[in-house]
Ligand binder design. Structure first.
Ligand SMILES: *[C@@H]1O[C@H](CO)[C@@H](O)[C@H](O)[C@H]1NC(C)=O
Ligand SMILES: *[C@@H]1O[C@H](CO)[C@@H](O)[C@H](O)[C@H]1NC(C)=O
Ligand SMILES: *[C@@H]1O[C@H](CO)[C@@H](O)[C@H](O)[C@H]1NC(C)=O
Ligand SMILES: *[C@@H]1O[C@H](CO)[C@@H](O)[C@H](O)[C@H]1NC(C)=O
Ligand SMILES: *[C@@H]1O[C@H](CO)[C@@H](O)[C@H](O)[C@H]1NC(C)=O
Ligand SMILES: *[C@@H]1O[C@H](CO)[C@@H](O)[C@H](O)[C@H]1NC(C)=O
Ligand SMILES: *[C@@H]1O[C@H](CO)[C@@H](O)[C@H](O)[C@H]1NC(C)=O
Ligand SMILES: *[C@@H]1O[C@H](CO)[C@@H](O)[C@H](O)[C@H]1NC(C)=O
Ligand SMILES: *[C@@H]1O[C@H](CO)[C@@H](O)[C@H](O)[C@H]1NC(C)=O
Ligand SMILES: *[C@@H]1O[C@H](CO)[C@@H](O)[C@H](O)[C@H]1NC(C)=O
Length: 780
């Protein structure tokens, strides 16, 4: 069976070449121009051509079906910016490069083989190939698919097809089809991570092995095979006519991938043989934040939530924002300025921050109105799920889900007309709450909170003391972090056997350095900007120069090919999360105030005292490690710049950990040191109360610590926040609480600097009463 398939595959691959006359040999010095006599190089049977094809009001370079009237493009060069005016020429230069000459002296490279080109061919299969002087193929378009697959071409593991931006612009669009290394073929919106919540179609072949590929055969058979050439899944049956028909698989502009056929007679149309979905509202990301997809017959349209308008008219993916002015929400009378509007049969990504049983949608509406944090809710099957904005991946569907949207009441007559500056007020309304979170994330958070907990053997501590004078000398000599080879670290960690924890930046392993017997924590960075070796080294130098008793020391690093590892000193008492959340570990009140001061001192050093200012971006209890004396040390500082993070508003991909992330991450606002102040404020609340900032085992009003703490503060009931059995100086508690509430102000300018925080923690300055963290907006 396998052998047979292999034969079929091979013949499919070569039929285009073998069956036709030998391909034309395009020699060095050949050139093309969009408007001249030769604008493309044809394949022997003139079905395919490589060269210029028309796009909007210019030309793109690529491969297209010259043999049919539509001249459909199947491959496009330079997709970041594919459209050129007519004043360009494509040259296979005499020094062996394929370049697009723009103006005198300016050129763009179309293909980058490792060796000089000595000739090129446009094959009848639709593959454009470049040869070296030994007539070996050194580059072929089939290995660099853009949005389409042709018979004989395959989509290999870890590769993806990306849709075009529009029917007349083949630059990258907003949907992708990825052949994952786990064997799963999945569709996602561009710019999202490869997780199930973002996917809108999947082949269901995950776990069927590595190196599964998507293949198209010349009889229209579209299927997935594994590395031993066994079919894992058929997507569409084969057996279609092979002669005078051409097949094409393409991820279309609308996000659906389809298999098409077209007869090679001059007549005829593309017809669809198979498609990944018949519902054009399926592709996620078609409508941006707070929009939803609707269908009328076969016409699709994005609409905005009631009370919302498109951010950019005519651009669905830009999403929607509030259009109506509404007064601020006041928790003593939250219903005054709002009403609820209903949207039937719509579904969204469900990310509730609270779920309640209710009988009717009116009850659900009331519950949402009464909560200033609730901006929308879903009502289905007797459950009312409170949501925060933005709502994502919305569409109309035959589903009983009802979306309830909180809408600002227009100002009533005696309050005056709608203010003349709606932009200013809109901004206040659009504020996105900090703690967008689902119960699933809380569970995730708990899972993640395993971290570098470590212990040093007692005799080693003793040994360390014995030779400490000698060690000090060594320490001074080795101030800069040392470079390790990957093999050294592999050996030190015993082939990465003991995993200490795993965070957003990568997994951490325990190791012992062979030369000094020093116990270390080795972090394997994932998602690093791999191609920027220099930048990596610069960052390492910056991190290596930081020396503070409340920062974890970077001892070394490894830069080996694409591998990036960091070697840190080992912390034997786990993380602050372990200390705070395990009742048997609870530090006393006095110890807690000391921990808070130490952390503040570490952050202050990063912000103001080290050579280069460092914004941590991910302050949270899991990143604060405890040494053998339970002295806290901040870890992972400086990593923000090393890791690849899409710092757009896409709420799934921002840096940091939900719950500790300052609101400006969600807005189009610059992120400054004040973002760390915010995260510190949340951590301080957790230190004061010895609980997580989000904990759904508490009743609804207590689940979000920030809100609950402010309520208690307002009501003068701070004792509710600490355990009954705990002896706490109430005046000190009030001070700490005020500091925390100042730090978690939504408006960055209201938050104190770390220096001020430290002064306040040390009791040397007076602290005014903080306002409600959410009462000031960024526009005031
Ligand atoms: C193409 O033609 C050149 C010059 O005639 C020759 O040197 C080269 O080997 C040919 N290449 C192929 C792949 O036939
Ligand atoms: C283009 O073709 C026309 C007519 O076929 C011919 O007169 C002209 O010389 C050609 N130009 C070039 C640059 O080959
Ligand atoms: C092309 O270049 C010529 C001079 O090199 C210039 O006169 C002409 O305007 C250019 N055409 C376009 C469409 O840019
Ligand atoms: C998968 O493909 C890669 C690259 O071709 C190869 O190195 C690896 O050994 C393959 N794995 C399996 C299990 O076939
Ligand atoms: C490929 O799939 C076949 C049939 O499902 C299976 O027997 C074989 O082990 C798979 N090969 C690999 C390398 O996973
Ligand atoms: C896939 O299709 C081929 C031929 O069309 C057939 O021989 C094979 O049994 C099918 N495999 C599966 C897993 O359905
Ligand atoms: C091609 O499609 C158009 C509209 O979709 C239709 O009017 C025409 O008849 C079709 N032609 C053929 C040959 O199928
Ligand atoms: C539409 O909006 C998105 C997101 O704001 C942006 O990335 C894209 O470039 C816009 N598209 C057009 C055609 O303006
Ligand atoms: C309604 O909004 C206005 C304008 O922001 C505000 O002054 C007023 O206090 C709000 N009323 C209530 C009861 O929240
Ligand atoms: C909230 O409403 C109450 C009663 O209507 C009022 O006393 C209080 O000043 C309001 N607070 C804010 C911040 O508007």
């Amino acid at each position: 069976m396998a052998a047979f398939l292999f034969f079929v595959l091979s013949s499919a691959f070569y039929s285009g070449i073998a069956a036709q006359q030998s391909p034309l040999n395009i020699s060095l010095g050949s050139s093309l121009t969009p408007t001249g006599n030769s604008s493309s190089w044809l394949s022997p049977t003139r079905i395919f051509a490589f060269g210029f094809y028309q796009q909007r009001n210019g030309y793109a370079v690529g491969i297209f079906l010259a043999g049919i009237p539509e001249k459909t493009a199947v491959w496009t060069a330079n997709r970041d910016n594919p459209i050129f005016s007519s004043n360009v020429s494509l040259i296979l230069s005499t020094d062996g490069r394929l370049i697009l000459q723009l103006l005198e002296g300016q050129y763009i490279s179309i293909a980058n083989p490792l060796e000089p080109i000595s000739s090129a061919s446009m094959l009848d299969s639709g593959n454009f190939v470049l040869y070296n002087s030994e007539k070996e193929i050194i580059w072929q378009s089939f290995e660099h698919p853009t949005n389409s697959l042709l018979p004989g071409q395959r989509l290999a593991a870890d590769h993806e097809l990306i849709s075009s931006a529009s029917e007349t612009d083949d630059s990258r669009g907003i949907f992708r089809l990825k052949m994952q290394t786990d064997g799963h073929l999945v569709q996602y919106p561009v710019g999202t991570t490869d997780v199930a919540e973002n996917s809108y179609w999947a082949s269901g072949t995950n776990g069927d092995g590595p190196n599964i590929t998507l293949n198209l055969q010349d009889d229209g058979h579209l299927y997935l095979i594994n590395s031993s050439v066994n079919i894992v899944k058929n997507l569409s049956d084969g057996g279609h006519p092979q002669n005078k028909m051409i097949y094409l698989m393409k991820i279309d502009v609308d996000g659906i991938f389809r298999l098409y056929s077209h007869s090679l007679d001059q007549m005829g149309n593309w017809s669809i043989l198979w498609e990944s979905s018949a519902d054009k509202c399926d592709p996620k990301g078609l409508c941006g934040f707070n929009g939803f997809c609707t269908k009328l017959d076969s016409l699709v349209e994005c609409k905005c939530l009631p009370g919302f308008d498109f951010v950019n008219q005519g651009n669905w993916s830009s999403g929607c924002e509030r259009s109506l002015f509404a007064g601020s929400c006041n928790s003593t009378d939250p219903m005054a300025n709002y009403t609820i509007e209903y949207l039937e049969s719509t579904i969204w990504e469900d990310n509730p921050f609270f779920i309640l049983e209710t009988n009717t949608r009116e009850d659900c509406a009331k519950i949402c109105l009464e909560d200033c944090n609730c901006e929308a809710a879903f009502f289905k099957d007797g459950q009312c799920k409170k949501q925060r904005l933005p709502l994502t991946y919305g569409k109309r569907a035959t589903d009983s889900n009802i979306a309830l949207v909180k809408v600002g009441k227009p100002a009533t007559k005696d309050e005056g007309v709608i203010p003349s500056n709606p932009l200013k007020c809109r901004k206040e309304e659009v504020r996105v709450y900090v703690l967008i979170i689902g119960i699933s994330l809380v569970v995730l958070g708990v899972l993640i909170s395993v971290i570098a907990g470590v212990y040093v053997r007692r005799n080693q501590v003793w040994a360390y003391k014995q030779i400490s004078r000698f060690r000090n000398v060594e320490f001074l000599e080795n101030v800069a972090p040392r470079a390790f080879t990957f093999a050294e670290l592999e050996q030190a960690t015993n082939e990465f056997r003991e995993e200490l924890g795993r965070g957003a930046s990568g997994a951490v392993y325990k190791g012992i350095l062979p030369d000094s017997e020093k116990v270390v924590a080795v972090k394997k960075l994932e998602k690093v900007l791999t191609d920027r070796e220099k930048e990596f080294q610069n960052e390492i130098t910056v991190i290596g120069k930081t020396h503070h008793r409340n920062l974890v020391r970077l001892l070394g690093y490894c830069l080996d090919g694409a591998k990036r590892l960091l070697v840190y000193e080992y912390m034997s008492n786990g993380s602050l999360a372990d200390v705070l959340l395990k009742p048997e570990n609870h530090p006393s009140w006095d110890e807690r105030t000391k921990i808070a001061r130490d952390i503040a001192g570490g952050i202050l050093y990063l912000h103001e005292e080290c050579e280069t200012q460092i914004i941590h971006c991910d302050i949270k209890p899991q990143n604060i490690l405890m040494d053998e004396n339970r002295c806290p040390k901040i870890s992972d500082f400086g990593l923000a710049k090393l890791l690849k993070h899409d710092q757009t508003r896409t709420h799934t991909t921002f840096r940091g950990t939900k719950g500790y992330v300052a609101p400006e991450w969600y807005r189009k606002m610059p992120v400054t040191v004040k973002a760390d102040v915010y995260s510190f404020g949340i951590v301080l609340l957790e230190i004061i109360c010895c609980r997580k900032s989000l904990d759904w085992s508490f009743s609804e009003d207590q689940a979000v610590l920030e809100d609950w703490a402010y309520q208690c503060f307002k009501a003068g009931e701070l004792h509710k926040l600490v355990g009954d059995q705990e002896v706490v100086d109430m005046r000190k508690l009030e001070r700490m609480m005020k500091i925390a509430l100042w730090c978690v102000q939504d408006e960055p300018a209201l938050r104190p600097s770390m220096k001020k925080v430290l002064l306040m923690l040390e009791g040397t300055v007076d602290i005014p009463d903080p306002p409600s963290p959410t009462s000031f907006s960024s526009s005031t």
